[in-house]
Write a protein that binds this ligand. Structure first.
Ligand code: HEC
Ligand code: HEC
Length: 90
């Protein structure tokens, strides 16, 4: 694990790379609301603010859908977000 982590740091050399962390509640159902997403609510261009390579990198809340998040986003892009995160007010 430590070796893997060191490799990531090494490969990321020269690139400012920080995984997104919003201190999600441990029991979060993944649904975006006006309350938990005030700065992104009703927005549609998710990748404008969320860098694809920096999301779904760390399994912090142990949600059952975590393992499928990256493959789904890779395959279906922005149109997939609502599958797990709801309509975001749209
Ligand atoms: C204008 C920038 C912006 C856009 C566009 C945006 N977001 Fe966000 N997102 C944020 C910010 C900032 C946060 C941190 C919470 C906050 O302050 O609203 C966040 C947090 C999140 C979170 C973590 C949970 C939370 O509420 O903290 C998820 C999931 C998320 N956004 C998904 C999306 C999806 C899906 C879309 C597209 C439908 C999207 N975002 C569009 C800025 C944006
Ligand atoms: C298959 C379900 C699934 C899909 C599809 C999905 N997400 Fe997520 N997303 C999750 C889960 C589960 C988490 C919680 C990860 C954790 O434990 O921190 C999460 C967390 C996030 C976060 C918080 C930061 C982080 O990495 O934990 C953002 C931002 C986010 N998603 C954005 C998006 C955007 C944008 C899309 C569409 C391009 C998307 N998600 C599609 C399941 C999904």
């Amino acid at each position: 694990m430590l070796v893997m982590g060191m490799m990531v740091v090494w490969l990321g050399c020269g690139v400012e790379r920080k995984y997104e962390d919003y201190h999600l509640p441990p029991d979060w159902d993944l649904t975006l609301t006006q309350q938990n997403h005030p700065h992104g609510f009703r927005q549609t261009k998710c990748f404008y603010c969320h860098i694809k390579a920096n999301i779904h990198e760390v399994d912090r809340i142990g949600h059952a859908l975590f393992p499928s998040a990256k493959p789904t986003v890779d395959a279906q892009g922005e149109s997939s977000c609502s599958t797990c995160h709801g309509t975001n007010g749209n």
